[in-house]
Design a protein around this ligand. Structure first.
Ligand code: FAD
Length: 373
């Protein structure tokens, strides 16, 4: 039976970043991925925004890892020639009643350590984005966008150069604790194979809870069950897309599962609106976009980008958030947990790695590396 120091389950951006860091320490590292390539699920179905870090409760992992991860990510992009743009972002209060929430977001961002935040006036909004309307806005100069595919491709190449093995079409089935580590069963095509690992890292995204359960964790006891929350996107036609150069967000509604339908520019200069948020009743990866949602997107977005008409929008892609927070429930932080005290030494669970997971990926990898040291 093959033996590895570390086995990472899942080749999304998180698993790749972790594998690249672990392999850099000379550890024998294997990444198991059920698809035929990396990044086929949430990591390639997101807004590709490098977040500033102002949304998350002070002291949370989401806040601290977002800010640390953003700094690491910009440096990584420069060092490795990954395309990115520090576009800046404005969160726009469309009505006077939203200004108090904007001020709270500003205070939260400052306490989280998000750099350069500034409340701006109606006139300053026009100076940044002449076509955007609002009563006031929160400006975040450090927010940007990244070519996430190139980022993952670079992480995969780095991991392999450093000696990690990335094995595709290989699905983790179950793990059993043994002396000094774990025995893992893996489906590879029609075959079922076994291997041994001293350290197991569960970065299986939308199925991180199933992976934990199949390793023996009681999901109810540890509150590890994931809820699927879908986010759809609509694309703005190219003539209207040219009118925006920054990221433009509404003030988030407290009960929402996301940040509110926003306008995101991409590396090619296109603009997408979204994602919306809908908790799915069935746990299936349904990425279809309902064309009937177009009116809802138009109605939300025209409050701050009034130059659009409904006909400018066409259905684009969708992603699914792996949420620990139940619908209508309170805030849940990332779970990034060395499970030794639960009786699973050397097992690290990463569960509920929704936004800002892409931004935080390098900081998460650093945290996991420190846990395994
Ligand atoms: C709509 C949306 C918008 C977002 N926008 C942003 C944003 O703008 N900025 C930002 O910072 N973050 C954003 N995020 C969050 C970000 O995309 C995620 O946090 C990040 O991609 C999570 O990466 P991951 O590697 O944990 O998960 P994934 O990319 O889902 O990777 C997990 C991998 O595990 C594999 N896997 C699962 N089970 C098994 C198994 N049993 N055996 C083998 N392999 C398995 C899967 O196939 C998958 O490849 C967004 C998320 C969504 C849904």
């Amino acid at each position: 039976m093959e033996e590895f120091d570390c086995v990472v389950i899942g080749a999304g951006v998180i698993g790749l970043a972790i594998a690249s860091d672990l392999a850099s320490q000379g550890r024998s590292t294997l990444v198991l991925e059920r698809h035929n390539s990396f990044g086929q699920e949430t990591s390639s179905r997101n807004s590709e925004v490098i977040h500033g870090g102002m949304y998350y409760p002070a002291g949370s992992l989401k806040a601290s890892l977002c800010i640390e991860g953003r700094r690491l990510l910009y440096d990584f992009c420069i060092d490795n020639g990954i395309s990115y743009k520090k576009t800046g972002k404005i969160i726009v209060a469309a009505a006077l009643e939203e200004i108090a929430s904007l001020e709270n977001l500003f205070k939260l961002g400052l306490s989280n350590g998000a750099e350069g935040l500034r409340l701006i006036t109606k006139e300053e909004i026009k100076a940044f984005e002449p076509q955007v309307c609002g009563m006031a806005a929160l400006y975040s100069p450090e927010t940007g966008i990244i070519d996430s595919h190139s980022f993952m491709s670079c992480l995969a190449a780095l991991a392999q150069e450093r000696g990690a093995m990335l094995v595709y079409n290989s699905e983790f089935l179950r793990a059993r604790k043994e002396k000094g580590g774990y025995k893992l069963s893996v489906r590879n095509g029609a075959e079922e194979l076994n291997l041994r690992a001293r350290i197991v890292i569960n970065s299986a995204g939308l199925d991180a809870d199933s992976v934990a359960r199949n390793a023996g964790f009681d999901l109810e006891k540890y509150r590890y069950s994931i809820h699927y929350c879908k986010g759809q996107y609509f694309r703005l036609n190219s003539a209207k897309a040219r009118l925006l150069k920054m990221l433009v967000y509404p003030v988030p509604e407290p009960a929402s599962g996301g940040l509110g339908v926003h306008a995101t520019v991409d590396m090619a200069g296109g603009v997408r609106l979204g994602p919306d948020d809908e908790y799915l009743k069935l746990r299936i990866q349904d990425y279809s976009v309902n064309p009937l949602s177009r009116l809802k997107f138009y109605a939300s977005a025209r409050k701050f980008i009034p130059f659009i008409s409904e006909a400018d929008l066409s259905a684009d892609t969708a992603g699914i958030r792996p949420k620990l927070q139940e619908q209508g429930g309170g805030f849940r932080d990332f779970v990034i947990s060395d499970e030794t005290d639960k009786g699973f030494p050397g097992f690290i669970n990463l569960i509920g790695i929704e936004s800002p997971g892409l931004t935080a990926s390098l900081a998460i990898a650093r945290m996991v590396k420190n846990m395994t040291a």
